[in-house]
Design a protein around this ligand. Structure first.
Ligand code: FES
Length: 155
């Protein structure tokens, strides 16, 4: 049995310890806001927070996530990074960032982790930190503006 702490709730799961966290979240915990894009750590669609840091959940075995706080997009606003996450989500809404939306939960999780460690990133810092989150609709300019807006809102 693997015990996962997801969005403040504990789940006892009878699963292979090597199962990717993404599969466990989607198929066993029932949280489908975290998306499967590439499955090899290259696109960022599956980004969640593990102990407050952004990780690619497709590339983390559940055994490595046990005993740590896992936050997904569903629990972001109420989680340890809630204030930052809420500001990011509000900025995303205000600036209408989303096009098809598939990558956006990963983008928001990555952006929140960035602002939690760098409250006022410049364009270069944003681009460096967001470069691993691919958006096939190319919403990058709006993502960058939304991160600046969230940073301003947070003061
Ligand atoms: Fe995990 Fe692409 S699905 S990085």
């Amino acid at each position: 049995m693997i015990e996962l702490r997801v969005n403040g709730e504990t789940h006892q799961l009878d699963i292979d310890p090597q199962m990717p966290l993404l599969w466990a979240l989607r198929e066993h915990v029932g949280l489908t806001g975290t998306k499967y894009g590439c499955g090899i750590g290259q696109c960022g669609a599956c980004t969640v927070h593990l102990g407050g840091a952004a990780v690619r959940s497709c590339s983390v075995p559940v055994s490595a996530a046990a005993d740590q706080d896992i936050t997904t997009i569903e629990g972001l606003a109420d989680g340890p990074r809630g204030a930052v996450g809420s500001a990011v989500q509000q900025a995303w809404q205000d600036l209408d960032v989303v096009q098809c939306g598939f990558c956006q939960s990963g983008q928001i999780m990555q952006a929140t982790a960035l602002l939690a460690t760098d409250p006022a990133p410049d364009d270069a810092a944003i681009d460096t930190n967001m470069t691993g989150n691919i958006c096939r609709c190319a919403t990058y300019a709006r993502i960058r503006r939304a991160i600046h807006k969230a940073a301003q809102a947070l003061g």
